[in-house]
Design a protein around this ligand. Sequence first.
Ligand code: CTP
Ligand code: MG
Length: 181
Amino acid sequence: MSVFETVAVALWAMLPAYVPNNAAVLAGGGSPIDAGRTWNGRRLLGDGKTWRGTAIGTLAGAALALGLNAVAPEVSAAVGVDLPTFPLAAALALAAGAMLGDIAASFLKRRTGRERGASFPGLDQLDFVVFALLLAFLAAPSWFGEVFTVPVLVVVFVATPVLHLVTNGIAYALGLKNEPW
Ligand code: CTP
Ligand code: MG
């Protein structure tokens, strides 16, 4: 695979994991998942992790994957790259994994004394990638092996933090997010 093909496949395959966090920002609000519970005097997750944001984020990511399946032949032909389609299990795993990673990061942030909205460099940019890939691997191992080759994984880990910083910066500038991370 050429570098262009590798980058195209990496970004395409990760789109269902990129969308959930952004959809959650737009959809957030309502009851927090931890229902206000604390552990050692600190919130379990905090008010920033809600049922509504998590559900809509997961659905948005999975729906996007199904949409990508529908246009994969046309887009593949247009860019000259054989882009993968998403089995339902992979679509759900990428989306739910992204949300789960973000929730796990909030859990860690609260345990380390960081209030809601505090940054945790590195964790903020990669939490959702690690969990999305892990769940996709567990849910659809052979698909995962075909799509996420080592070069594709390298691109994912390099490009995702950059994309994450850019999209969150835009969300912050638009007033959709309280902090630019
Ligand atoms: N959000 C949500 N449910 C999620 C993830 C995000 O409702 N599972 C919404 C919340 O409104 C949240 C916003 O998206 O405030 C921004 O997400 P994020 O930056 O992940 O949360 P923070 O509020 O910064 O909280 P934390 O410090 O726990 O990351
Ligand atoms: Mg945040």
